[in-house]
Design a protein around this ligand. Structure first.
Ligand code: SF4
Length: 259
């Protein structure tokens, strides 16, 4: 299996046991990746290897393609269980992200009111008021926090903006007042000869403290599932993920582990 660049602006639906029928909305160009992180585990590959030549889809293009697909699915099935913002990069970095969320909620209400709207984001644009407010309007606001160690973040998530500050991110996550699902990648192994395991206590304990501060409605812990652009990365084990999940659950916060 190799890294993947998704079609844009709509892809799928993808059937998964966990999400059901998920229709993907990709606000990035169809021929490359644009992200404010450059994670060494990104299933789309490294930013530098997938520079797009096409522009991002416009708000109007997203709404038209989504409406056509939802209409077709309403008529012929399958009915979507979730409309998921994901794809080749960071969806909240689209300049019209907030308006696109409003269009999506309107179209969801018209064609598939049972479906949830989910956003998968790396949390780097939360300081923008309109991004925060738009995420408050979606059903599943799924935000990444892989660790609270800035050294680790620089090695693994590799923020593209020098101003990235993990304390500010934790504050922004807390500002959702529970309307947030924290998603955390746990893994092991080496990248360029450097140990990148975050299943050690020195990473888990401060991360748990941050989760306690954020008070999310849920936490999702997961591990590598596809080929990664960096070689030498290893999956966290079931036992390691289950152990972390149980510690989150013990704080009274629902938590799922995906292997
Ligand atoms: S935040 Fe997501 S899309 Fe961006 S580099 Fe990391 S894994 Fe890839």
């Amino acid at each position: 299996m190799s890294t993947v660049i998704y079609p844009s602006p709509i892809f799928g639906p993808i059937h998964s046991r966990r999400l059901g029928v998920s229709l993907g909305i990709n606000l990035m160009p169809a021929d490359g990746k644009v992200c404010t992180f450059d994670c060494i585990y990104c299933e789309c590959g490294f930013n530098a290897d997938h520079r797009p030549t096409l522009p991002r889809p416009t708000r109007e293009e997203v709404a038209a393609a989504l409406e056509a697909k939802l209409k077709e699915m309403a008529e012929n099935g399958p009915k979507p269980d979730v409309l998921t913002f994901a794809g080749n990069g960071e969806p909240t970095a689209h300049p019209h992200f907030a308006e696109i969320i409003d269009d999506t909620i309107r179209l969801r209400d018209k064609y598939c009111p049972q479906a949830k709207v989910s956003v998968l984001s790396n949390s780097t644009m939360l300081h923008h008021k309109q991004v925060h407010e738009a995420l408050m309007r979606v059903d599943n606001n799924i935000l990444k926090l892989d660790t609270v160690s800035i050294e680790y973040i620089k090695k693994v998530d590799r923020p593209q903006q020098p101003s990235y500050n993990v304390e500010d991110i934790i504050e922004s996550l807390s500002a959702f007042k529970g309307h947030v699902i924290i998603q955390t990648m746990f893994m092991k192994g080496q990248a360029d000869g450097v140990d990148i395991s975050n299943v050690k206590e020195e990473y888990i304990e401060p991360w748990l403290k941050a989760v306690e501060r954020i008070k999310p409605m849920e936490v999702m812990v997961y591990t590598i599932d596809r080929e990664t652009p960096a070689k030498g990365l290893l999956k966290a084990t079931h036992e390691e993920l289950d152990g972390i999940r149980d510690r989150v659950t013990a704080m009274g916060i629902p938590c799922t582990a995906s292997y």
